[in-house]
Design a protein around this ligand. Structure first.
Ligand SMILES: Cc1cc2nc3c(=O)[nH]c(=O)nc-3n(C[C@H](O)[C@H](O)[C@H](O)COP(=O)(O)OP(=O)(O)OC[C@H]3O[C@@H](n4cnc5c(N)ncnc54)[C@H](O)[C@@H]3O)c2cc1C
Length: 358
């Protein structure tokens, strides 16, 4: 069964991970992407790997498992270089922050309350420290485009073929079975066709009569020019989330998912960098280099959509927000379901046919 021909549509972090896990399991994998490789939402992501606030417990469990899978894939894929730098959070009102810390600690998250002295030790450049914060040493970050491309290269090393600039116009098949896809260049036949096309997934599923209600809200991030090391980990402060990239840029949004670009995105980005200058000692000379605007593929109820739409043979979909966090687990689980017919119990709430997405 593992020699099945699989077509993966989309080479963002989700398609890349699915392709890698399938190739590793022995499938014949072809990845198609309408544009350059590495994804659209992916390249504009803040890329925080976490199982942080606002989670119902089943979703927390999935995210926590995904964090473990990042550690595994990090050992197998050359050049992935996940930065397990930890995250420091105080962007909630004190009672909510405490409740989040207590709740997640009870679920087994490595989260702990830290007092001002320790906050200063963790991030010595903070100009003002809060009365308390929550610290999660096991949270991490990747440089998202580089990570997606490293995983794709890993899949290619395992025999996968990656085809950029191949836009899928529609899926092929009938009411019972999907047998591949048609691009501007021609038709690709496959035993399994996986739609991992981010915000483009809806249109592809529509082409064979499936509905998947998605939104794609815009998120703006400001990127400074590279600077000397100013931050050790990820900072989630009220109205400003900021991290420093491997090349030294400070990347900031009002929220990790990006700010509303508003009418003047460049002015919004400049205001974010001003906020970073006010937050970090040594950051006074920071200059805005550019801003990015990404569109987060988000199933209508905010949770992943992964599985066989309409239980149709030969067709599978994987679309989600928090895709950087979730990619290694979703890739593993998709490969297991496609090749062995085993659906991981952690995916139970996330079938694409649930009524919320109709
Ligand atoms: C500003 C911002 C901040 C974020 N922060 C975080 C965060 O901190 N942590 C986190 O976990 N997640 C975060 N996310 C979400 C995360 O980035 C996304 O969930 C993830 O990147 C989605 O990956 P994907 O592979 O599904 O989609 P994409 O990266 O969009 O890739 C989909 C690919 O499919 C291709 N495609 C589309 N249609 C077709 C077609 N017809 N034919 C062929 N190819 C096609 C596209 O060209 C694209 O390359 C953030 C997102 C944004 C925008």
């Amino acid at each position: 069964m593992t020699e099945r021909r699989v077509l993966v549509i989309g080479s963002g972090i989700i398609g890349a991970s699915i392709a890698w896990h399938l190739a590793k399991a022995g499938a014949q994998v072809t990845v198609l992407d309408a544009s350059d490789t590495g994804g659209l939402a992916t390249r504009n992501s803040w890329a925080w790997i976490n199982a942080s606030w606002g989670n119902p417990e089943p979703y927390f469990r999935l995210r926590q498992r995904a964090m473990q899978e990042w550690r595994k894939i990090d050992r197998h894929v050359p050049g992935l270089a996940v930065n397990w730098c930890g995250g420091l959070t105080w962007d909630l009102e004190p009672e909510k922050l405490e409740a989040y810390g207590r709740g997640h600690a009870a679920w087994g998250y490595g989260i702990r309350r830290v007092e001002p002295d320790e906050i200063r030790r963790l991030e010595p450049t903070l100009k003002k420290v809060p009365d308390f914060a929550l610290h999660v040493p096991e949270e991490g970050v990747v440089e998202p485009l580089a990570a997606a491309r490293a995983i794709l290269a890993g899949a290619e090393a395992l025999g996968a073929e990656v085809v950029p600039h191949a836009r899928v116009k529609w899926l092929n098949g009938n009411d019972t079975r999907i047998i591949g896809a048609t691009t501007d260049e021609g038709t690709f036949h496959a035993d399994e066709t996986i739609v991992a096309a981010g915000a483009g997934s809806q249109q592809l599923l529509n082409s064979v009569g499936h509905t998947l209600k998605l939104t794609a809200p815009a998120g703006l991030l400001a990127h400074s020019k590279p600077a000397a090391e100013l931050l050790r980990g990820l900072l989630m402060t009220p109205g400003l989330h900021v991290r420093q990239t491997a090349e030294g840029r400070l990347v900031a949004g009002t929220d990790f998912a990006g700010s509303d670009p508003l009418d003047d995105p460049e002015a919004s980005a400049a205001a974010l960098i001003t906020g970073v200058r006010e937050l970090i000692a040594g950051g006074e000379g920071l200059e805005l280099d550019f801003h990015s605007i990404g569109y987060r593929p988000t199933p209508a109820d905010g949770f992943p959509a992964i599985g066989r739409p309409g239980n149709r043979d030969g067709l599978y979909v994987a679309v989600t927000h928090s895709g950087v966090t979730l990619a290694p687990a979703l890739g593993l689980f998709a490969a297991q379901e496609l090749l062995n017919g085993q659906r991981d119990p952690l995916l139970s709430p996330y079938h694409p046919d649930r009524p919320e997405l109709a």
